[in-house]
Write a protein that binds this ligand. Structure first.
Ligand code: ARG
Length: 257
């Protein structure tokens, strides 16, 4: 009886961790690369009209899987759970989600080389009725600024804005933060610069960037600490860059200013 119970436990644990693969060899053996991504972040990863998860970084992940000779299995995970728990727990083999390379994160996960230069910016309602500005303007004191949970935007807001008397509202879902900006419920949402250009294109007049960037940053693909998958991803990045495919993907997905 006891043994049967233990056996059941082992089976359940195995089923729950089918994604678990730390090495290139393990991924090749199971024939699939499990990708975790938070698809609320156009043009990097988002759900298209057909419900399919797509975007610049999804194409990058596809290229990594292709070079490994395996299928890509895409799982939608909210950013707060994605970084870093999904990767450290082995629920996904890889995360790609406009993830900023930071020294703190690099202590617990492995990053690929940087592949995209970005920045954290204030996203405000078209016309900037709350007069949000950066560098710091006193107008923000007593106002509420939104951030997505576990993002570098949240870290910057806590470091820079909270001490100045700004109220920080944390969203699990980036889209919910955008909805609150649009409705005027918060003065601004902190987000990644290229998302603003994309919003302007898709929803003309509704959103804009206020002021200059708060912090510059670089994106990396994320793997379990010490995984050789990071080196494999670097090889794919190098291939895409030297073949010109990387530039083609930029042209396809990222709105140029
Ligand atoms: N670049 C920021 C960070 O790494 C935000 C990323 C949010 N990405 C997303 N797909 N929601 O913390």
């Amino acid at each position: 009886m006891k043994r049967a119970f233990l056996c059941l436990l082992t089976l359940t644990a195995a089923a729950a961790t089918t994604a678990h693969a730390t090495t290139v060899a393990e991924v090749k053996k199971k024939g699939v690369l499990v990708l975790g991504t938070d698809p609320t972040f156009a043009p990097f990863e988002f759900k298209g009209a057909d419900g399919q998860i797509q975007g610049f970084e999804i194409d990058l992940a596809r290229a990594v899987a292709k070079d490994l000779g395996v299928k890509l299995d895409i799982r939608a995970v909210g950013f707060g759970a994605l970084m870093p728990q999904s990767v450290t727990s082995g629920r996904v083999d890889m995360a790609i989600s406009a993830i900023t390379i930071t020294p703190e994160r690099a202590k617990v996960v492995s990053f690929s080389n940087a592949y995209f230069r970005s920045a954290q910016v204030f996203i405000v309602k078209g016309g900037n009725p709350a007069k949000v500005g950066w560098p710091w303007t006193a107008d923000l004191k007593g106002k509420t600024v939104g951030v997505q949970a576990n993002t570098t935007g949240q870290f910057a807001a806590q470091d820079i804005l909270k001490p100045k008397g700004v109220t920080i509202k944390v969203y699990d879902d980036f889209a919910a933060g955008l909805a609150d900006v649009r409705a005027g419920r918060i003065a601004a949402l902190i987000g990644d610069a290229p998302t603003v250009a994309d919003l302007k294109k898709r929803l003309p007049g509704q959103f804009e960037q206020a002021g200059s960037p708060l912090v510059a940053e670089d994106y990396g693909m994320v793997f379990k600490k010490g995984s050789d998958l990071a080196a494999a991803a670097n090889q794919t990045l190098a291939r895409l860059k030297s073949s010109g495919e990387y530039q083609k993907l930029l042209n396809k997905w990222i709105v140029q200013k």
